[in-house]
Design a protein around this ligand. Structure first.
Ligand code: DLL
Length: 437
């Protein structure tokens, strides 16, 4: 196993009672800040009849209203800021695929916290100052490139800001510069792994040792695939622009849940329909409160990400709660012929089927009045070279399993390796071609 150190033991290994005390103190401060400096928040609190002095215990957080992406859109661009712009040293924005983007700002202190929490998960996953870090996230409004860059520099590693795109050149740079750590989305790592093979290279031709992948959901099977193809040890990390960017949570070398930096981000889990808290061993929507952010304090932000929280100390010594892999988003549900379908259900079915690759796409269309779901799945080279009979069997097997899990029929289209479009950033799993109502 890769050895790892602890970056910030005072906080990462804090006794849980002391952590709760710190969280309460910080929560009260952040609520006062929002009330005092963001009129939009004050109004929201007034509507539910709560004031900062009502927050006496951590449980009182439930009295506070939730914040959603729509709230932030209404505050576009700067109305959610709790500090004047002259105190803001960085601005990022999240992609605006479904409307206006949300704009986020950082004070100098926010930058310090951000850098530090990214350094935490990098060190937890095995990064050291001796590493050469190849960052293939895009640098720009997306928080991935700059977030990982600053954190890796803080650890003292040598950082190569390659950014996204020109994949063959990426591999050339990894070879020539002797990169030992790779940072990108897991789907791009799979693609780079395929390209390494396609270029006739073996994992040993690269010096990669560790990989830090995040920004989208991925399964443990994809992890195995990346580890085997690139010859590295892969960990998952999670974050979102609204909260800080990458650095909310990350796995340690035990690869068993992502440690949340609970001294900066207070996690809750709710049932997305009733908004009531869910029990410890049940999945729920993650709700986060920033405990230290100055520029944009966010209270009870509904992330829409579905996960479980695992309490208890990890063998690595960190005491904060760990979050499981994200298994879906409460808003990525598709309604097809009345059935509620999550892309992650399809992925789960495919993971069980030998011969399929982790590249798939759901194509939803409308024929007459009826919605149609086609699941395109790449199959491995060996399978494709096989006789037709075997492919038909595989097709039928997947259709049968999908119907069992989804409750509706989906047609399966097996496609050749490398025919589903690859992305340099987050993978696009759903193509909804139905006319917008
Ligand atoms: O994706 C921040 C980030 C950059 C995280 C680099 C990790 C590494 P956004 O573009 O605002 O920010 O997208 C946030 O991406 O709500 C999740 O749905 C998804 N997401 C992020 N990390 C993970 C992960 C960045 N490890 C949204 N697993 C979040 C699953 C993830 N989903």
């Amino acid at each position: 196993m890769i050895p790892s150190a602890i970056w910030d033991p005072e906080f990462e290994c804090m006794h849980v009672d002391a952590l709760r005390e710190l969280q309460l103190e910080r929560l009260r401060k952040v609520v006062r800040r929002a009330w005092g400096h963001v009129p939009y928040y004050r109004q929201k609190m007034q509507v539910v009849g709560v004031t900062p002095s009502d927050i006496k215990t951590l449980e009182d957080i439930r009295k506070l209203p939730f914040t959603t992406k729509d709230d932030l859109r209404l505050c576009y661009p700067y109305e959610a800021f709790a500090v004047p712009l002259e105190k803001v040293v960085r601005i990022h924005a999240s992609s605006g695929t479904t409307g206006k983007s949300t704009v986020v700002g950082y004070t100098r202190k926010d930058m310090e916290v951000w850098t530090n929490v990214v350094a935490r998960f990098l060190v937890a996953g095995g990064l050291t100052s001796k590493d050469i870090v190849h960052i293939a996230f895009s640098y720009g409004l997306f928080t991935g490139g700059f977030g990982l860059h600053y954190g890796a520099e803080r650890v003292g590693a040598s950082v190569i800001p390659v950014s996204a795109g020109r994949s063959e050149r990426q591999i050339q740079i990894m070879r020539d510069f002797g990169s030992t750590a790779l940072v990108c989305t897991p789907s791009y790592a799979v693609y780079l792994g395929e390209l390494v093979q396609g270029m006739g290279l073996k994992p040993g031709d690269l010096k990669l040792r560790v990989g830090f992948f995040g920004a989208e959901a991925w399964s443990n099977r994809v992890r195995e695939e990346i580890q085997a193809k690139l010859g590295l040890f892969a960990t998952d990390n999670y974050g979102l622009s609204e909260i800080i960017g990458p650095g909310v949570a990350g796995e340690c070398v035990h690869q068993n849940g992502m440690h949340i930096s609970e001294d900066h981000f207070y996690p809750e889990r709710i049932d997305p329909d009733t908004c009531e808290p869910v029990g410890p061993d049940r999945r729920g929507e993650l709700v986060l409160t920033t405990l230290t952010k100055e520029a944009i304090p966010l209270i009870r932000y509904r992330t829409r990400d579905i996960c479980m929280l695992m309490p208890g100390t990890c063998p690595c010594g960190r005491t904060g709660a760990r979050m499981s892999k994200i298994t879906g988003r409460s808003d990525d549900m598709l309604i097809i012929r009345g059935a509620n379908i999550y892309p992650s259900q399809v992925e789960e079915v495919l993971l069980d089927v030998k011969g399929t690759l982790p590249h798939y796409q759901l194509v939803v269309s409308r024929e007459g009045a009826l919605d149609r779901l086609e699941v395109r799945v790449e199959v491995s080279e060996e399978f494709f070279a096989d006789e037709m009979k075997k492919l038909n069997e595989l097709d039928r097997q997947i259709e049968h399993k999908l119907e069992n899990v989804l409750g509706i029929r989906a047609s399966v289209k097996l496609v050749e390796p490398r025919t589903i479009e690859r992305s340099e950033g987050k993978a696009k799993r759903v193509l909804d071609l139905r006319p917008k109502e």
